[in-house]
Design a protein. Structure first.
Length: 500
């Protein structure tokens, strides 16, 4: 955000409470996130940022920066205390490929190294950067916003035309302005426990794959999710020998499993999932566990006269499905557009109001989806079907945006789409109140009916038995769904590096 503002000709100061390098959570990118990075880099001439959008270009340009390869999303369902048993129909797993080969794969971001690199890039293009700044007051005056605090025991006062807050949930402006929190409707109260580890085995070393079957991508080169009743575990491998892993769960599950005990609770949880116990048998933590007691958050106010919260500071739901990066990158893109075209015009405050509405709408859309998923972590067929709402919307949006048909995908998860949006809300509401297997089966059928008009990834093909590869023929056959012809789709795939 600071780099964009500087490229637009503004005097920019970037403030950091701590020092780099430093640990922070939020590590797994997605195809839509990478598209947004590409667009932002092109629009604002941030050419050194663009290689971060793909594994291949990252390795060519920044091999010294640790990251992980993400070829897809891997899900496994567990009954705690019982061994995992695979079956030919993959009824307890879901593998959704996100890209066709390594060179265009997504990435997991090793944030301590990447964030430090981004700060250096910002400084190189003229952003003034100060770390170890402790802000304690904010005033939104008629002509200027004033920030006050200290740096290394010296008083600091900064006057700015506009302030963007990227300090995360319940961050600086939320506290300084005593902003109210807004509840996420019907969303359970959740917590998280996580750390970084070394000596973690790959999952394919810890269990035997189905004989004769080759998954659509290496199952560990992905965001790996282990689902159980009331919560889920993530495992992300980086190429420097470090693995990010943690658990997010409802308050009830956290208490039942004793996860507030930190490392002891983590080890008990692994003991109840034999596959993970084998995978982590030699694992060592490289930092203390972090326990987040209140995971979800939404600020009732997102913008003011001279300030705005980035989506990452305006709200957070859950790391499940990696929705945080595309939500925040969308917000960065929108704020950049406002600063470029509307600052110092009569449109400015109306544009900020629109940004606030869009940000809230997209966070609430993510919360509705994740609420449905949490409600069905003990019913994996329904859980699987609900994730297809996300994957259908995401793959349709990426295809439409890459074809420059933005009118087809104006919002995250297509939440304001005139047909898909209301249908998705209705399905997610139903998903939280299922009482019979017949209701569950009807819901699954209705999900497939709702996603079919936007399915460009073969997600309605039941013959794939929960393993979804990237197949060019799927999107070529679906060309009409994105108002394109098959020739346009083939040329798009060629531009994107689909074919090796």
């Amino acid at each position: 955000m600071a780099m964009i503002a500087r490229r637009l000709g503004h005097s920019v100061v970037l403030l950091e409470r701590g020092k780099h390098p430093r640990f922070v959570i939020g590590e797994s990118s997605t195809p839509l996130s990478n598209l947004l990075i590409e667009e932002i880099a092109e629009r604002y001439d941030l050419q050194r940022i663009k290689p971060l959008s793909k594994w291949g270009s990252w390795q060519e340009n920044y091999r010294h920066l640790a990251c992980g390869m993400k070829r897809g999303f891997s899900f496994y369902h567990h009954h705690l205390g019982r061994p995992y048993v695979a079956d030919p129909d993959h009824r307890r797993q879901l593998l959704v490929a996100a890209n066709p080969h390594d060179s265009v794969a997504d990435t997991h971001w090793f944030r301590s190294e990447l964030d430090e690199m981004l700060v250096r890039e910002a400084q190189d293009i003229g952003v003034d950067y100060f770390d170890e700044v402790k802000l304690n007051a904010f005033a939104d005056e008629s002509e200027v916003a004033i920030l006050r605090g200290t740096r290394k025991e010296h008083a600091v006062t900064i006057r700015a035309k506009f302030v963007v807050d990227a300090t995360g949930p319940r961050g600086f402006l939320h506290r300084a302005l005593t902003l109210e929190e807004e509840s996420l409707p019907s969303y359970p109260s959740t917590q998280a426990l996580f750390s970084h580890f070394t000596n973690v085995k790959r999952l394919d070393e810890a269990r035997s794959p189905l004989e004769g079957e080759v998954p659509p991508y290496p199952i560990d080169d992905a965001a790996v999710h282990h689902i159980f009743d009331g919560g889920w575990i993530w495992v992300l491998h980086f190429n420097n020998g470090v693995t990010s892993a943690g658990v997010a769960a409802t308050d009830e599950a956290f208490a039942r499993l004793g996860l507030s005990d930190g490392e002891a609770g983590w080890k008990r949880l692994l003991h109840s999932i034999p596959t993970l116990q084998v995978q982590f048998i030699n694992a060592k933590t490289v930092r203390p566990f972090t326990h987040m007691k209140h995971l979800s958050f939404l600020s009732k106010t997102i913008c003011g006269q001279r300030w705005a919260l980035l989506p990452s500071a305006a709200g957070f739901v859950d790391p499940l499905l990696s929705t945080g990066f595309p939500l925040t990158l969308s917000g960065i893109s929108r704020l950049g557009n406002i600063l470029q075209h509307d600052l110092d015009t009569p449109r400015f405050h109306a544009s900020l109001h629109t940004y606030e509405d869009q940000t809230r709408g997209e966070i609430l859309a993510a919360s509705r989806l994740l609420s449905g998923l949490y409600s069905n972590m003990n019913n994996f067929p329904v859980f699987t079907a609900l994730t297809l709402l996300y994957f259908a919307a995401a793959s349709f949006s990426e295809t439409a945006l890459r074809l420059d048909k933005r009118h087809l995908a104006a919002s995250f998860l297509l939440y304001d789409h005139p047909v898909f949006g209301p249908a998705c809300r209705e399905l997610l509401e139903r998903s939280r109140h299922l009482s019979t297997s017949a209701e569950a089966e009807r819901l699954i059928e209705d999900v497939l009916s709702v996603i079919e008009p936007i399915d460009v990834a073969g997600l309605c093909n039941r013959e794939r038995r929960n393993w979804y590869p990237i197949d060019a023929n799927d999107v070529i056959r679906a060309a009409h769904k994105v108002e394109a012809n098959q020739g346009e789709i083939v040329r798009l795939l060629q531009r994107c590096g689909f074919y090796q």
